[in-house]
Ligand binder design. Structure first.
Ligand SMILES: [Zn+2]
Length: 498
């Protein structure tokens, strides 16, 4: 007797196999049978004739740890077919992994939820961020122990990036924390120090650390950023090929040519790693240096016309939603867009200036090439979402998976099957989640039923918070988490501890 049988489906098993027709029998939250189940007994039968079923999507690159208490989180993910997420990427995350995961256990997440140990906040437990300095030898050992502890408490890997105080670490410290990840058998997940001018060197840096320690290494949102630097892309691909020959290497990518990050990301690390950016902006000489730094960023990457800001806290704004920095500067009566950016940052209560979308940062054909690679993992890099602020985001937080799937489905079913793999079993394998990301007997019954005729991402930069079409229903452990266009919020979910 099955708890539920789904019948009449085209099955994409998540492993990239040729799609096949069949039924799925679910028992005790798991897939109990796959094949032709005829009239087998069950408590509930769902006839999904003409639809496609795939494993629940595993989004390995998110920042949902920053909005864990948002009760719409599970539904937000379910509406996109996402059943498992990993937070704590890019070196930003909770200071105390154990406490964070304990808090997550108490929530009805309606999701499977895992976290990476984030280097910056963890190192700040040893070297106070405000001191803005490298760690001593003894402190490096203490940071090693803190990272080791976070990994023991269940973090699935270690992340590092240019945010928070990460960039204060010297090579000895980085080598030491990378060793902690290696010893725990968990990956080192790197948002490279630079993704533009020094993007190749920053990739080599990650490889060097992996070579010296033997750690599994994963590059977050692989790209070359900035029109000026796009010509480095081919060399980056060659570098990745040679890295893959000698390292256990992976990468993720989102299918958009624009990025999203804090507006303060344009400011060089030396002015902000210690968390004293606002203080510096209040000092005329330091302010001038920061403005100069922002101009340098414009020249290196892209100008204010291609930077979309949300800046809700600026009352001079006439509209809502995204607006480019150049036009906002005009509205605010500020001549220099770099000065305008500085004002947006200092008037933001959190001192980051809020989220900004950087259009045309990547070359669209590079994005397509990366998404098309067989070793790609598709992930959203979605940033927090809170009620009422939905428009302050990037379409990737709503459309990533449907975008890749719908583009692939228009090519061919085998192509579609490969796209499914890149967001299911390939993602699961990266973190050793063997019972997830595949439709096989014994695996968790996390499933997504799709209508391929309808499947379409609908999120755009101008209106990012629009869910995709064509997601019919979603199951977590055999229970509906999305049905008839509604996310169901009563499902417990699971905290993943590595
Ligand atoms: Zn990220």
């Amino acid at each position: 007797m099955f708890d539920r049988i789904l019948t009449g489906l085209t099955i994409m098993d998540g492993l990239g196999s040729e799609p096949f027709q069949g039924d799925i029998g679910i028992r005790d939250g798991h897939i109990a049978a796959v094949g032709s189940l005829g009239d087998a007994e069950c408590k509930d039968r769902l006839d999904a004739q003409g639809k496609v079923v795939m494993p629940g999507i595993i989004d390995i690159h998110t920042h949902y740890d920053l909005c864990l208490g948002w009760d719409g989180l599970g539904a937000h993910c379910a509406k996109q077919g996402v059943t498992t997420v990993i937070g704590g990427n890019c070196g930003i995350g909770p200071e105390d992994v154990g406490a964070h995961l304990d808090a997550a256990e108490k929530l009805k997440l309606g999701l499977r939820y895992g976290i990476l140990a984030s280097h910056g906040p963890i190192r700040s437990r040893v070297v106070p961020r405000v001191e803005g300095r490298a760690a001593s030898k003894d402190e490096t050992l203490l940071i090693y122990r803190e990272v080791e502890r976070a990994l023991e408490q269940g973090a699935l890997g270690l992340s590092w990036g240019p945010y928070h105080s990460n960039s204060l670490a010297d090579e000895a410290e980085l080598l030491s924390v990378t060793k902690a990840a290696k010893n725990a058998g968990k990956p080192f997940v790197v948002h490279r120090r630079c993704e533009g001018k020094d993007g190749l060197e920053a990739t080599r840096e990650a490889f060097r650390l992996a070579e010296q320690t033997g750690v599994r290494v994963h590059i977050s949102h692989l790209k070359i950023a900035g029109r000026k630097h796009w010509q480095k892309f081919e060399e980056l691909m060659t570098l990745m090929e040679s890295g893959a020959r000698r390292l256990d290497l992976g990468f993720d990518v989102y299918p958009y040519e624009g990025s999203l990050t804090y507006l303060a990301a344009m400011i060089p690390s030396i002015y902000k790693s210690d968390g004293r950016l606002l203080e510096r902006l209040a000092d005329p000489a330091e302010r001038a240096a920061i403005i100069h730094g922002i101009h340098g960023w414009f020249a290196d990457r892209q100008g204010p016309d291609d930077i979309l800001v949300f800046a809700r806290h600026i009352e001079e704004r006439s509209g809502s939603g995204a607006q480019n920095l150049a036009s906002l500067a005009e509205e605010m009566g500020v001549q220099d867009p770099a000065e305008c950016a500085a004002q947006i940052i200092e008037r933001d209560p959190e001192g980051n200036g809020g989220w900004a979308a950087y259009r045309y940062m990547m070359n669209e054909s590079h994005v397509q090439e990366l998404c098309g690679r067989s070793d790609a993992i598709i992930a959203s890099d979605a940033v927090p979402e809170v009620d009422g602020m939905a428009e302050d985001t990037h379409p990737r937080a709503y459309g990533t998976f449907a975008r890749v799937l719908s583009q692939a489905s228009k090519k061919s079913l085998p192509e579609f099957s490969q796209a499914v793999k890149k967001m299911t079993s390939s993602a699961a394998n990266r973190y050793g989640l063997q019972k997830l990301g595949r439709i096989e007997k014994g695996c968790q019954a996390d499933l997504v039923i799709l209508d391929l005729n309808e499947l379409q991402d609908c999120a755009r930069y101008e209106e990012p918070s629009v869910y995709p079409k064509g997601i019919d229903s979603v199951f977590l452990g055999g229970e509906f988490v999305f049905k008839d266009g509604q996310g169901l919020t009563t499902i417990q979910g699971q905290v993943l501890r590595g």
